[in-house]
Ligand binder design. Structure first.
Ligand code: GDG
Length: 500
């Protein structure tokens, strides 16, 4: 069992994960309710905590009026770890999360330079939120803790923690692409952001090219010595490891779900309701990086060019609402609605509907049933750090049938060369590859799926965790051993970052 190896690796150390969003949103009404959040980072880390049976997750709870000290045992029905909520004001959330993170760093990481907005007040807010997180982490730390910061929302947090605790093992995993220096360089706060990241002992990316881009930025913008071969940055008093560990999924969990009679029944029902022979599936958070609009255009072109497939195939797109407060996301939703309407208007006939569009999050069993039901999954992001949906679909194909179409700009493409590869910007390519995938001889698709499934199973979530956690320098008794956790130290650290 992979998870056993992780608990062995951790020994008596406690894993403290720090991320912007929590695995649940806390809703307060007459009763407190927890609504699971949807996203790759949560999908990856939940099974780890469940299996480890302990640990602490520090995150914002999705509301801007939480009591700061709140600790919530999770999962609610069978608690195995503790969530400590970080209180953020409405101003913090709009400046840091909806501001610099979603309008600046997210488009920057995904090469959407034209969409980037950089406002000084949002940078101030981002730094302030990172400080608030630092305070909570320092309050919660116990000896032998191992702190693992997640993603670009908290890039300056490792630096703040390092100032306060010289010996604390700190890791950072960057879940999105790390762009080339010429793109990253347009960020006005590139130096303090990189310096903040370098507070870590180890920084992880999904693939080598992101790690190399990061090292090139450190070399160019901070003038520090880097070693591309060994993946290190040399600082005055220590070295930072920069590694590529592609994130995996709980492949066994998806396989078990796919074989479950209930899921098989649901899958059969989905197929029956479609009333067509073949089903194509898309599953994404509604985000412009996921290429949903371009995918719909590709599908429309496919139907135009391949009349024989009309009435034979149905495209089901699940789009989970995301960042609805950001104008661009609302605009994109309208455009997608219009595209779905246009395709349906053009091609619907005799009870056959060419596209079924679900604008909501579906429960895990239904998601698994969709993976089981689909003959072809279209994973065509314009740019994506990894993309877990691709791996989840593959893991669910327990009879080695079905096919995966994968954008060459998703990190997942590096590990899955057997997928049908597309350039998602090329609508004609998408159209012709849909045709190729749907008509691929069974022996070929089966062989390709078998290889992909073997890889997804081998490099699963346990493999990723063991790999990444294995990169931590773990001196005995590491963690909260120094007595310098006072507010003055934190203020000094914060002032250092602020001086940039
Ligand atoms: C970021 C990076 C990287 C989706 N719809 C439903 C649902 N999901 C789950 C999927 C999957 C997750 O959400 C989405 O993960 P992705 O990896 O595809 O995308 P991001 O959220 O953008 O994740 C990405 C990831 O971090 C991990 O490092 O791969 O590149 O952008 O697990 O299953 N889950 C449920 N209902 C849905 O309707 N229950």
């Amino acid at each position: 069992m992979p998870f056993r190896a992780i608990t062995e690796l951790l020994g008596d150390r406690r894993l403290v994960v720090v991320s912007n969003r929590a695995p649940v949103d806390v809703h307060r009404g007459v009763e407190r309710r927890f609504v699971p959040t949807v996203g790759g980072m949560v999908s990856a880390l939940m099974p780890v905590f469940k299996a480890a049976g302990r640990g602490l997750w520090i995150a914002w709870s999705g509301e801007s009026s939480q009591k700061s000290q709140e600790r919530i045992p999770l999962p609610a029905d069978d608690p195995s770890f503790m969530l400590r909520c970080v209180q953020l004001s409405e101003r913090d959330v709009s400046g840091s999360y909806y501001g610099l993170s979603n309008r600046g760093l997210w488009p920057l990481a995904h090469y959407f330079v034209g969409r980037c907005q950089f406002r000084l007040e949002q940078w101030h807010s981002y730094r302030h939120v990172n400080e608030l997180f630092a305070r909570v982490v320092l309050e919660e730390l116990r000896p032998k803790d191992l702190v693992w910061v997640q993603d670009f929302h908290l890039a300056t947090l490792p630096g703040l923690l390092r100032e306060a605790r010289r010996n604390l093992p700190i890791g950072l995993f960057w879940h999105v692409p790390f762009p080339a220096w010429a793109v990253f360089g347009i960020l006005p706060w590139r130096r303090p952001l990189l310096e903040g990241m370098l507070g870590s002992d180890v920084i992880g990316f999904h693939v080598q090219s992101y790690a190399r881009n990061f090292l090139a930025c450190v070399e160019r913008f901070l003038g520090l010595p880097v070693d591309y071969e060994r993946g290190t940055v040399t600082l005055k008093d220590r070295q930072v490891r920069v590694v590529a560990w592609p994130i995996g999924i709980d492949a066994e969990g998806f396989e078990t779900l796919a074989r479950a009679p209930d899921v098989q029944l649901r899958a059969a029902r989905i197929r029956r309701q479609l009333g067509s022979q073949q089903m194509i599936l898309g599953v994404d958070r509604l985000d412009y990086t996921k290429g949903i609009l371009e995918r719909l255009q590709g599908y429309e072109r496919f139907l135009e060019q391949s009349p024989a497939f009309r009435r034979r195939v149905t495209f089901v797109q699940i789009a989970v609402p995301s960042r609805e407060r950001v104008d661009e996301y609302r605009r994109m939703k309208r455009e997608i609605d219009e595209s779905v309407g246009r395709i349906s208007g053009r091609f619907t006939s005799d009870g056959w509907v060419p596209v079924r569009y679900l604008y909501r999050s579906v429960p895990p069993l239904d998601l698994a049933a969709h993976y089981v039901a689909a003959d072809l999954a279209l994973v065509t992001p314009l740019r994506d750090g990894m993309n877990l949906v691709a791996k989840e679909y593959v893991a669910s194909r327990v009879y080695d049938d079905g096919m995966l179409m994968l954008s060459e700009f998703a990190g997942a493409a590096e590990g899955l060369p057997e997928a049908v590869r597309v350039n998602p910007y090329n609508i004609d390519d998408v159209a012709s590859q849909i045709r190729a995938a749907l008509t691929m001889p069974r022996e070929e698709s089966s062989e390709r799926m078998r290889r992909m499934r073997a890889r997804v199973k081998r490099e699963d979530i346990g493999w990723w965790l063991r790999g990444f956690l294995g990169e931590f320098p773990l001196p005995s008794g590491a963690g909260a051993t120094r007595g310098d956790t006072d507010a003055a130290t934190l203020r000094r650290a914060v002032a250092d970052v602020a001086n940039h």
